[in-house]
Design a protein around this ligand. Structure first.
Ligand code: PXG
Length: 459
């Protein structure tokens, strides 16, 4: 492709004429024109004008091993030459999904040993929803079909993903969600803890909302609870340590399956392969995608626990579900190489023992003290900065969500790509970040905060 023959203006015009972008106000985009990212290397991305940006979001929470890895390109090329595609329907398989499944079973929690593939996190959550409902039918309890989720959860953008998720703006446009899904409170202490309530007690109270929802529906009607171990798109909301063990206890008590959505947390982000291990829980399903291939190929893997898979096998009968690209040979070859690199470079241990703690300390020491910052928090290499008007009262700037965008735009102008969601700045960098990269990021973010403060005070 020779995009170099086009000027930025031309690319923007063609983009506006023909390309509908995800989660975008198309009127606004046409006025502004898109930023065209053309290449990337290591922790940096570059736009068509040659501007270098430190990528604080690992693409969109996915490029965990950073950019420019020839080994992944070579793995894809070799697989494309040998066998670009064959399906895994009709009692067929190809080698790479077989070997990838074995690898995933090795690194997953010990009760999780089977894998169902798709091409995106949304597809994997569709699979998960269909699978847990199918499980209860096989168990002779078809009325056990309700799912409990949380407000502000993000589980993807398909109809099932949107229904499972708890984003009001998305539900409004859905105009009719998949039935029998209810949403309970999120474990977000910064805004929801009561005055004087400890983190521990708040975590238990947030978990209790799951029990209340089970009791309200009747345990014999509830199939599963689904949650992101750390809510990602909803604003890197890290639950207190008391939350997940209590949710697991409640699920077990009422015989409700536990579904974790690790599309963001999977493959090292929290300092373990999976956040299930960070929080010490044993889920029945784990939805994964994104960093499974570090974003070099679209691939998702729904990891399925023994309880569900043993019923599928014991009861038999076809599970009428699957995608053309389930177990795509090229995507699976890239995933295998990606996991090999994460292992070879010790990236998960590095996040747990070195960069994760350093990142937490850097945010506390260099960002938290700023006047605009209400709180910083992080787990592994996943962090959030709350933007407030008043640190003491936690009062926000109005209109809601506008201040973080000001900070973000200054950050980008100062060479730092990060994301704003509501009034929260988010960081989810590649796991290849070193202490030096963290220092560089903190400098650029501090500068952005100072510049944003001047703008916001003038308003
Ligand atoms: N679950 C979770 C927890 C996610 O974060 C999905 C499912 C859906 O995955 P796919 O591959 O279908 O997009 C996601 C995706 C953002 C943002 O703005 C986050 C996601 C996707 C797009 C934007 O933070 N997460």
């Amino acid at each position: 492709m020779t995009y170099q023959n086009y000027s930025l203006k031309q690319l923007q015009q063609i983009d506006a004429a023909h390309h509908l972008h995800p989660f975008t106000d198309h009127k606004e985009l046409r006025e502004a024109g898109s930023r065209v990212i053309t290449h990337a290397n290591g922790p940096f991305i570059y736009d068509s004008e040659g501007t270098e940006l430190l990528d604080g979001m690992a693409g969109l929470w996915c490029v965990n091993i950073g950019y420019g890895r020839n080994e992944l390109a070579e793995a894809a090329y070799a697989q494309m030459k040998e066998l670009p595609y064959y399906n895994s329907f009709f009692k067929c398989s190809t080698p790479t999904p077989v070997l990838l499944s074995k690898k995933l079973a090795e690194i997953a929690p010990k009760n999780v040993n089977q894998v169902f593939y798709g091409s995106s996190g949304s597809e994997a959550n569709d699979t998960a929803l269909r699978l847990v409902r199918h499980y209860w039918v096989l168990e002779g309890k078809p009325e056990k079909n309700r799912v409990i989720s949380r407000k502000m959860a993000y589980h993807g953008s398909t109809i099932a993903g949107t229904s499972l998720g708890g984003m009001d703006a998305m539900h409004k446009q859905l105009n009719g969600a998949v039935p029998n899904i209810v949403h309970v409170m999120m474990p977000y202490a910064y805004e929801l803890a009561l005055p004087g309530e400890s983190d521990h007690d708040f975590g238990l109270r947030a978990a209790k909302s799951v029990e209340d929802a089970i009791l309200e529906a009747g345990a014999d009607k509830v199939a599963a609870f689904i949650g992101e171990p750390v809510m990602g798109a909803g604003g890197v909301k890290i639950p207190p340590a008391s939350y997940w063990p209590e949710v697991q206890r409640i699920c077990r008590k009422y015989d409700v399956l536990l579904m974790l959505d690790e599309v963001i947390t999977g493959y090292g982000r929290t300092g373990e392969w999976f956040a299930a291990q960070t929080f010490g829980i044993e889920p029945d399903t784990i939805t994964t995608a994104k960093a499974l291939t570090s974003g070099y190929q679209p691939l998702s893997a729904l990891l399925v626990g023994d309880r569900i898979s043993s019923t599928l096998v014991a009861k038999g009968g076809e599970f009428n579900h699957g995608y053309t690209y389930s177990g795509h040979p090229v995507a699976c070859a890239v995933a295998l190489k990606n996991l090999e690199i994460i292992e070879r470079e010790g990236l998960v241990d590095r996040v747990r023992n070195d960069t994760g703690p350093y990142f937490a300390q850097a945010l506390q020491e260099r960002i938290a003290g700023h006047d605009l910052v209400g709180e910083v928090r992080s787990i592994g290499l996943m962090g959030a900065i709350e933007i407030v008007k008043d640190k003491a009262t936690k009062e926000r700037f109005l209109p809601s969500g506008s201040a973080a965008v000001v900070v973000r735009d200054h950050a980008i102008a100062n060479g730092m790509m990060l994301r704003a969601t509501g009034d929260t700045m988010i960081l989810s960098p590649p796991l290849i970040w070193t202490r030096d990269t963290i220092d560089m990021a903190c400098e650029r973010i501090s500068k952005a905060l100072h510049l944003a403060q001047a703008d916001l005070r003038r308003r």
